[in-house]
Design a protein around this ligand. Structure first.
Ligand code: FAD
Length: 311
């Protein structure tokens, strides 16, 4: 067990303006609306603060967890003995460099970045408009939708290592693949991304965003808390199609349900616990494996819980 009280004291002494919360309920910070308290949460506003936080945490031997909007995250009901650094709402840089290069801070939402590009007549980022995460979480996941992926527009990212030192990673160094990046292996914090876009017609850009939003509303259960697609797309298949084919649409465990609208989404239909969601994910995986021979890999990230544990 880490000594988070001591870490809190050190952080507060070094950074008196830093917002720190102890025993912060994580259900307030995840789109699933699930998760017990995190031992300590910091909500920094600047890169300077972040660099100092990382230095102090490293000295204390604490490995922080980086949180964006929590829109791809499942957190244990009993909470987590962890130091969480929340980026959403901090690092809000959104600046054009020249005509088509955009610098986006990690805490800016993908929707904010997309609207900004539309306002400036830049095309290439329409696909992120309906993805409810931050730029930092988007880079970590190489977020994508409707044939678009961040890898198509990103040039480089700025990151902080475990000791708070700044690094510049070119696109080729980030190992951006299908819902993955180097950051799942390397515990570095993405602070900023630089995107290269193309000049376009603002009306056409807005129309494309509206069209994609309409397609999402008609196909996805946006009226319920979820983390989006629960599983990655298995090669040659669609997760939702396989789940539906196995008769699992509407399958419910406690407050967790395989959406009737889109079988690729596990949703929280009311007071779902992390345990309900994990049990349903396990049931879906096992049934799909037994009936189709395909193994579904979760897309959703987990904090304080895993699929392997048995209750
Ligand atoms: C309704 C709905 C629809 C969705 N649709 C899509 C979709 O179409 N396409 C898609 O790709 N995703 C989709 N998602 C999933 C989610 O929005 C994306 O994965 C998004 O990129 C996650 O961003 P976040 O800020 O919420 O990250 P979080 O959920 O907070 O974190 C996700 C991972 O990123 C890491 N992380 C976060 N910020 C940083 C940072 N600054 N530096 C390093 N690591 C960081 C975290 O540690 C964690 O491992 C959807 C989710 C919902 C709820």
């Amino acid at each position: 067990m880490e000594n988070f009280g001591k870490l809190q004291e050190k952080l507060q002494a070094a950074l008196p303006a830093l917002e720190l919360r102890s025993q912060e309920p994580m259900h307030r910070h995840t789109s699933f609306k699930v998760g017990g308290p995190a031992a300590l949460m910091a909500l920094p506003k600047s890169q300077g603060e972040l660099s100092e936080i990382l230095k102090i945490a490293a000295k204390a031997g604490v490995k922080p967890f980086f949180l964006g909007k929590g829109s791809n995250l499942l957190v244990a009901d009993e909470g987590v003995d962890a130091f969480v650094i929340k980026l959403a709402g901090g690092l809000m840089k959104l600046e054009l460099e020249g005509e088509t290069t955009l610098r986006v801070g990690a805490g800016v939402t993908l929707a904010q970045a997309a609207v900004f590009t539309a306002d400036h007549g830049l095309t290439g980022l329409e696909f992120v408009h309906g993805i409810p995460g931050t730029m930092g979480g988007g880079v970590f996941m190489n977020a994508g939708a409707y044939d678009g992926e961040l890898v198509q527009v990103i040039r480089w990212a700025e990151c902080l290592d475990e000791e708070g030192n700044l690094h510049h990673l070119d696109k080729d160094q980030m190992e951006l693949g299908y819902r993955t990046s180097i950051f799942s292996k390397k515990p570095w914090l993405v602070t900023e991304a630089c995107l290269e876009l193309t000049k376009g017609d603002p009306a056409a850009i807005r129309e494309k965003m509206a069209d994609l939003a309409q397609r999402r509303r008609s196909k996805q259960p946006l009226e319920f808390p979820s983390a989006g697609s629960t599983f990655k797309r298995p090669p040659g298949h669609f997760a939702g199609g396989l789940i539906e084919q196995c008769g699992l649409k509407g399958k419910t465990v406690g407050g967790a349900q395989v959406s009737e609208k889109h079988a690729g989404f596990v949703i929280n239909i009311g007071n779902a616990t992390c345990r309900d969601i994990l049990d349903l994910i396990r049931l879906v995986r096992q049934t799909v494996l037994d009936q189709t021979g395909v193994t579904l890999e979760p897309e959703v990230r987990m904090l304080g819980c895993t699929l392997d544990e048995t209750h």
